[in-house]
Design a protein around this ligand. Sequence first.
Ligand code: ZN
Length: 306
Amino acid sequence: MGVVYSSKLWDSKRLATIRKAHQTRHFYSAVILGLVVGSMASLVIFNLESTSVKASTKAVMPATQAVAGAVTEEQTDSMDKLFPVGNNFSSLPLQKKTVETPTPSPAPDCAVQACLALSFDDGPDPVNTPRIMDSLSKQHVSATFFLIGNRVAGNALLVQRMYRQGFEIGNHSWAHPNLLKLTAAQIQEQVNLTQQAIASLGIPAPTLFRPPYGAVNATVRSTIHMPIIRWDVDPKDWAKNDPNVVIATVEAQAKPGGIILMHSTHAETAAALDSILPNLKARFQLVTVSQLLQLTPGAVGEYVGR
Ligand code: ZN
């Protein structure tokens, strides 16, 4: 402080009085300063506690991390975007070992009714497979998806949803090779790896196999001990045809007992499906491949339709 005490101007008594008064001012200043600092500290603590409560109710992150600033508002928001509440997968358990068995709808008797099976190859595809599943579900139509094994693990929730919604899941090899160029051991590996990938999601291992490109020879037939499923209608959706061409081909060639080949990886297929389904539903019972063929357990052989 800039106060100067001069013995020339002030006697010692007055000086002592002034010093005492000055010390008293220091004391009160210190008390006021202490109160101010204490109030500010209380406010800071209150704010931290508020942030902590907000963070702990917003997400599952521990409050201690929220206080320490380890998880910011932006970070929890981005987590919400990664795992949005209310999407189609949110209720699915992650990597659960058993997936709830779907309630089977009563299968029509395809020996007497006009049945038709839609089959979708090459998925799971994270974009187009859900779109196709949504179209089918909206129309209450079942179908069979032949999956490529090496795409299963990266789309686990999608495959579990596929099973839970009652779609049939078949094996379409591990990496989609031309089986005619492989040894029996290599073919077996292509089948087994895919069976394991699907079963590891808590889903029963497939009972149907569809060879890539429909390519079958004596080695394939003697190595694969489950029904080999081909098709009798191919609208060539894989060629990225105009959806109207896919629609026209399916509607013109579909016949009772038939198996239609499409792909769950193409936007054109997803776009065509909303038009195809009402037409086919008016003419056929749309069923899974297993329902169409009414195969008994342990059945083998090649099938292009009923
Ligand atoms: Zn394929």
